[in-house]
Design a protein around this ligand. Sequence first.
Ligand SMILES: C[S@@+](CC[C@H](N)C(=O)[O-])C[C@H]1O[C@@H](n2cnc3c(N)ncnc32)[C@H](O)[C@@H]1O
Length: 214
Amino acid sequence: MPVPSSYSFPHSLYARLVARFYDPVMRGMEERFLREKRRQLLTGTSGRILEVGAGTGANFELYPPGAEVLAIEPSGAMMRHARIKLNKLKSGARIELLEAGVEERRVAEAVPAGGFDFIVCTLVLCTVPDLKGAIRCFRQWLRPGGQLLVIEHIHDNRQPNRWLQSAATPVWKHLAEGCHLNRPTDKLLKTGGFRVVEEAYFYRWVPFYWGRLE
Ligand SMILES: C[S@@+](CC[C@H](N)C(=O)[O-])C[C@H]1O[C@@H](n2cnc3c(N)ncnc32)[C@H](O)[C@@H]1O
């Protein structure tokens, strides 16, 4: 994956609005199912953890005491909300924030090869520009036996949903800061060299993938 030394994530008014309204917009989904799925995903984590695209910090309160988390996030606007959440958080986990995208050289430099016990990606692999490149990096950054933990919406196998997701993506990705509705993320992880430890598929308007992989 090319590793640009700087990453031009938009710092526009729109990016600030997305960050400001992210938590209120997600609240319903969080209460209905996402919070519980996050909790199930992060139960049992420990040691050194990399969280990719931490957004406003939705996972922060779920890290266990003693965990050392490096949370990377390229949007300064999202990061501002994550920092506010972190400052209010009473957690025994040590969470460090780095304003950077997964592609950036600064991340590769901050991340020792084989240095992480877990890498956490929730609702972010739909958005990273070079997913195959990111998967290669995850392989290098995890220690042997370390796990990649994922929650992601994926491309539906059923028609007409499958067609609709592809038709909507060119417009949607502009509105939702790069989010693709039609990524087969589950398949790309497996063909990218990850083995499933535990996985589940569930459906809420679109199909979601929940997985622990190593
Ligand atoms: C839908 S939000 C999810 C935020 C959070 N992970 C969650 O579960 O609520 C997607 C996040 O991915 C971030 N993102 C976009 N491109 C990225 C990249 N190249 N590397 C890391 N994060 C990225 C966005 O800035 C945004 O905060």
